[in-house]
Design a protein around this ligand. Structure first.
Ligand code: AGP
Length: 616
């Protein structure tokens, strides 16, 4: 959602804050702003639009303050405007705040504060939070061992219902800063005599050596060159420091025009990293060190429920086909946001698996918490080391895909598919999957990085296809069996990157309604990569062509008979069914990317989107 940054140290804060926001801009980019503590008080500078607009507005402003906060916004409450941009300032001018999250009871708080003489000038819940903190701080008195600032923030937050990740400064307490989180991520960065707050380590990776990931209900107080952590109920918390695992090179484009293209081309490496260390010595099985479940416990699992959002959910839909076919374990895939409220009846041996690239998606985190509240074991598959979902799960598997800056999930998606395939093998080998079949599947997965490299060489051909289709405003993506989830993902990629209205359907289902859309203005994109379904998909292609629609198809070599039926065929290597979804994803990603570029879209930061959705 939003990106927040804070700095307290001995260097000028301005450029450190801007550098941090640059690395957090993928979390939201409707507006941006910074506030620094200067000799004459707070300097607050905000602007609508991308970070570059703020940089331009700041120009050569002499901001020498060594403490400050910054924010890049994804609008929740209130229009995209300068007065709604963060940092927000309390009406008495004493408190400045940056906030990621949603204060659900902000209207009631605003009414209470109005009676106390605290008024808002914006439409945001965050300004109400600034006023609430100012109100409570005004009632506290600084005493030895008792920080009026920290106590004021703590008491204010006790009245807040909703999600927040905040960094706060107070004019009466220069040289201090408070951070706090509840459901929205916040990480403390510890450098040499300087401290950072950020939504994730990307915000301070090139400055800090250690990171402390905060948990819900915790507050961090920076004062006197040190920090302390406590809970909302004032219990002291011992900091668990982790080395910052972020490398500048990974968050630069390295010559690619966009992060999305770079991350599409990083997939061979990302897939190798996903598989590294997970194959058994005899090559017939997989293993995972972080499941915290014994083979016996996993053998007892008689149902798996995946909870995820967006592309992560599409990966789960593909995982459903693989796990049911290979391990014969019933699988259901739930929209995380629906699972949380559906109160689904689950039987005792159900295993819940939360899948999330960021590890901070609030819908997935909330679904995971609901499952754990009911006493179910929850595993996580995530790229977010130290993320909320990673820390709250009972066990899990890290993707090790490296930072994914582009808003569109690409390498994280195929990495999730790869991990799901390995999980299917593991569960299968606990049951009826033979050693020979296991070897065949492992071998196929080992070949995937090379297969992907081969497909990436089709980039120019795929761009030429996008050039032919760049003016279409609608498209249907169609696939069968494990290609059906790929069709949904392909449609999601296209719509979020190029703003073309696209829908993914089971190819046979097209006849039951969606075919009404098909025609010269609505082409179809087929995933024909399952030899068992070749004749059926060929019939679907014919049904579409008979209605005058143009057709594109991703075709595996064993389905090459379909190539002559479509206007443009993208032929990819045929592989074992366990790995075919990974290969089929690559051309769709490249197609969506080129469509977005050709249509003049900002493919790394598509309108209205954010990389990690940390509000419900
Ligand atoms: C996918 O391209 C989108 N960026 C979005 O659907 C994303 O997959 C979804 O928000 C889930 O994010 P997560 O994997 O970080 O939980």
């Amino acid at each position: 959602m939003c990106g927040i940054i804070g700095y307290l140290g001995n260097r000028a804060a301005k450029d450190i804050l801007l550098d941090g926001l640059r690395h957090l801009e993928y979390r939201g980019y409707d507006s941006a702003g910074i506030a620094t503590w200067e000799l004459d008080g707070f300097a607050v500078v905000r602007s609508v639009g991308r970070l570059d607009s703020l940089v331009e507005k700041l120009g050569a402003m002499e901001l020498r303050g060594t403490s400050g906060i910054g924010h890049t916004r994804w609008a929740t409450h209130g229009r995209v405007s300068e007065e709604n941009a963060h940092p927000h300032r309390s009406c008495d001018g004493k408190v400045v705040i940056v906030h990621n999250g949603v204060v659900e009871n902000f209207l009631a708080l605003a009414a209470f504060l109005k009676e106390k003489g605290y008024f808002s000038s914006s439409e945001t819940d965050s300004e109400v939070l600034a006023n609430l903190i100012a109100y409570h701080c005004a009632k506290e008195v600084d005493q030895r061992g008792h920080s009026a600032f920290l106590e004021g923030v703590r008491k204010a937050l006790l009245h807040v219902r909703g999600a927040y990740g905040i960094a706060v400064m107070h004019g009466d307490f220069p040289g201090e800063m408070v951070g706090a989180r509840n459901s929205s991520p916040l990480v403390l960065g510890v450098g040499d005599g300087e401290f950072f707050f950020a939504s994730d380590t990307a915000g301070f990776a090139s400055h800090a050596k250690d990171a402390v990931f905060l948990n819900d209900g915790e507050l961090v107080h920076l004062r006197g060159g040190d920090f302390s952590i406590c809970t909302l109920s004032r219990e002291k918390v011992e900091a668990a420091r982790r080395a910052v695992e972020w490398h500048e090179a990974l968050v630069e484009k390295n010559g690619y025009e966009h992060f999305m293209l770079k991350e599409i081309f990083e997939q061979p490496i990302a897939l190798e990293n996903a598989m590294r260390g997970h194959f058994s010595v005899d090559g017939s099985n997989t293993h995972f060190g972080g499941l915290q479940m014994s083979p016996m416990e996993l053998r007892q699992v008689d149902r798996i429920i995946f909870c995820a959002c967006g592309s992560a959910r599409c990966a789960c839909l593909a995982a459903e086909y693989l796990i049911e076919r290979i391990a014969r374990v019933p699988v259901e895939v739930e929209y995380a946001s629906e699972f949380r409220y559906r109160n689904a009846p689950l039987d005792r041996n159900t295993l819940v698996i939360a899948v999330s690239q960021s590890g901070e998606t609030i819908d997935t985190l909330a679904a995971m918490r609901e499952a754990r509240r009911k006493g179910f074991r929850v595993l996580a598959i995530t790229n977010g080391v130290g993320s909320s979902i990673a820390r709250e799960a009972d066990g899990g598997i890290y993707q090790h895909a490296g930072p994914e800056i582009g808003v569109a999930a690409t390498k994280s998606f195929t990495s999730q598919l790869c991990i799901a395939a390995m999980v299917a093998i593991y569960l299968g080998r606990l049951r009826d999957l033979s050693c020979e079949d296991g070897v065949e599947m492992v071998d196929a997965l080992r070949q995937v990085p090379k297969n992907v490299e081969e497909i990436l060489r089709l980039d120019g051909e795929i761009r030429s296809i996008a050039e032919e289709y760049a003016n279409y405003e609608n498209m249907l993506f169609l696939g069968r069996q494990s290609m059906f989830p790929l069709a949904i993902e392909g449609a999601l990629k296209l719509k979020e990157i190029s703003y073309v209205h696209a829908e993914g359907y089971a190819a046979a289902e097209m006849k039951h309604g969606p075919i009404a859309l098909i025609g010269e203005n609505c082409p179809a994109f087929f995933l024909a990569c399952d030899g068992r379904m070749l004749e059926k998909i060929q019939s679907n292609i014919q049904e579409v062509r008979a209605r005058g629609a143009r057709t594109i198809a991703v075709i595996s070599e064993n389905c090459s008979a379909a190539a002559s039926m479509v206007d443009r065929a993208i032929v990819i290597p045929q592989t074992h069914f366990i790995a075919q979804p990974i290969l089929a994803a690559i051309p769709m990603q490249l197609f969506a990317y080129h469509m977005g570029v050709l249509r003049g879209c900002d493919v790394d930061r598509p309108r209205n989107l954010a990389k990690s959705v940390t509000v419900e």
